[in-house]
Structures are given as C-alpha cells and as structure tokens.
Write a protein that binds this ligand. Structure first.
Ligand SMILES: [Zn+2]
Length: 77
C-alpha cells in the first residue's frame, strides 16, 4: 500500500495493490495508526506510508539522489 497523493481539500489518496493486476485507490481524510483497504481488507501503518511518501514522493529529492549517484560514480572506458 502506498500514498498516491495528497488531496487538495485535505487527506490522502491511497493505492493498494489488491492483487497483481488490480490497484485499488481510495481516499482517507486522515492517516490513522492503521489504514485499511476497503476492497481487500489489507492494512498498513499510517506513519510508514507517510515516511515512504516523503522519501520517495518528492521529485526534488529524487533528482538530487540521482545526481549524487551519477556524480559519484564514474564509468571509465
Ligand atoms: Zn486492497
């Protein structure tokens, strides 16, 4: 389960891979201690979803990380 994005009015859109071919998206007003998918019943920890979202969801952070890796690794030959 992962956060797809923030809603303009508050809350989050959550995506759950209910099975390998079906990603179910649902909305929550708040991220509680646990988030439950209304489709398949899977649960996730709200704070973990947020942590993952902030680590991976920021385009700036992604670019910086990619640049750092590219700058630090030289392919010779
Ligand atoms: Zn699900």
């Amino acid at each position: 389960m992962h956060i797809v994005g923030k809603r303009p009015g508050g809350g989050y859109v959550i995506g759950c891979v209910c099975d390998e071919e079906d990603v179910h998206e649902f909305r929550v007003r708040k991220l509680g201690v646990s988030v439950e998918c209304p489709n398949c019943g899977a649960t996730a920890i709200g704070t973990e979803l947020l942590t993952t979202y902030h680590l991976q969801g920021s385009p700036e952070a992604g670019v910086s990380a990619a640049t750092a890796v590219a700058g630090g690794t030289r392919v010779v030959g």
